[in-house]
Design a protein around this ligand. Sequence first.
Ligand SMILES: Cc1cc2nc3c(=O)[nH]c(=O)nc-3n(C[C@H](O)[C@H](O)[C@H](O)COP(=O)(O)OP(=O)(O)OC[C@H]3O[C@@H](n4cnc5c(N)ncnc54)[C@H](O)[C@@H]3O)c2cc1C
Length: 436
Amino acid sequence: MTSVEDLTQSLGRELFTLAQKEARPIIKSFWWKEKAIMWFARDDNLRTQMLRFVDVFPALKTTEGKTQHLREYLIQGLPHTPPIFRIADALSRFPMGANLVASVAEQSIKTISQQFITKSTPEEVLIAIRKLQKEGVSYTLDILGEAVLSEYEADEYMGKYISFMEQLSSLDCPRIDLSLKLSALYSQFDPIDFAGSVEAVKNRLRKILHVAKNLAAPVTLDAEQSQYRDLTINIFMEILDEEEFKNFENAGIAMHTYFLDSEEKIRDLIDWAKGRTTPILVRLVKGAYWDWETIAAAQKGVPSPVYGEKWQTDASFERCTDLLLKNCDVIRLAVASHNIRSIARAMAKASILGVPRDRLEFQVLLGMGDLLKKAILRMGYPVRVYMASGELLPGMGYLVRRIIENTSQTGFLLQSMGTGVPVEKLLKSPQDTMLA
Ligand SMILES: Cc1cc2nc3c(=O)[nH]c(=O)nc-3n(C[C@H](O)[C@H](O)[C@H](O)COP(=O)(O)OP(=O)(O)OC[C@H]3O[C@@H](n4cnc5c(N)ncnc54)[C@H](O)[C@@H]3O)c2cc1C
């Protein structure tokens, strides 16, 4: 009998081969992006200052503000300023040069964001959806916005989701599928007022789910920072226990695996799902807030809630995958990762357990899983692209998280991008990585 590990290795190699085949025709258009990513990944100071600059940029309205911040963050803020920024600084001291530098900076940030964020109107989104449809790939749509500051904004965010669903439906869109962040549904979303937050969010979420249910549109709740985790899980369970949504077949929730107690939370969710008549979707993710969680815990002087070593999060991802697949009678699993090892491991386990194909899908982020999605499709599994839509200002947190992932030294993406790391190492089990 083939072991899970042997099957993981052979499926992993197959995925690598298929992804490499896909890479050939488009490698030229990717190389300069790869070069830029390597450049930022190699220098921690440059990476941090660049992220600060990108974060503040949409709020800068004048040429003077843009060039001044460029000078402060990327010239004065760095011990070794790259020559290109020195040239930009010199140019920006003349009026025409300043306009040129500000516009090049703006264009560069727009180009980066366009890789990860799609445009903002339903008509524009539909064009992107149809393009995916042609490739045989499904989508889930995230309307950008998180942690709203006022109740007016929370109402506006809820309204946007509802009107997007209605407009997409009137445009004859393929099955509408949404992902949303609960922190955008209440300005005071905070575990300090647990009951109040649950009620306020449920009032708005109910209206979104009501429309979604009528359109048979799946809705998945995104996983946010640790302080929102229990609130999100609670709201998910409570609202689905309500009479109107008891039989709603299209509800999903994202669950992190980088928390020390991730498995425990997933076990609780499975136990609850066993009491339902329809399965729920669980989107399994490692977690995009690792830096934030680690720094926030250190600042408060409390133990970090997340694992400290990358292999630990990977191992937890595999344990949680197994747990969810074993409960495929009540769970549909969406493995959301760009790591070929994690993906191959899920395929291997599902195959050995005999999990039906409609109980497992793979999800990638727009702009990050282009080669991978085609390889997974060729292996006969469904693929869904998580598509964030909107303007740069509300999308800044999202964009910064994507840049962090792309430039992370420990991340699978960077290591697999022609950096000379051999396939055997990239496919190593987390336990073997620990021992190495
Ligand atoms: C479709 C889709 C939807 C997503 N939705 C969400 C969401 O709702 N919420 C969310 O938070 N994220 C979400 N993510 C992002 C996800 O959590 C990961 O950040 C991202 O996918 C990178 O993980 P990976 O398996 O692709 O890559 P890998 O490179 O294998 O893993 C990187 C991850 O490992 C972990 N890590 C890195 N360094 C360390 C360390 N030193 N110690 C311990 N752990 C470490 C982090 O979680 C990091 O993101 C989503 C991803 C996808 C593909």
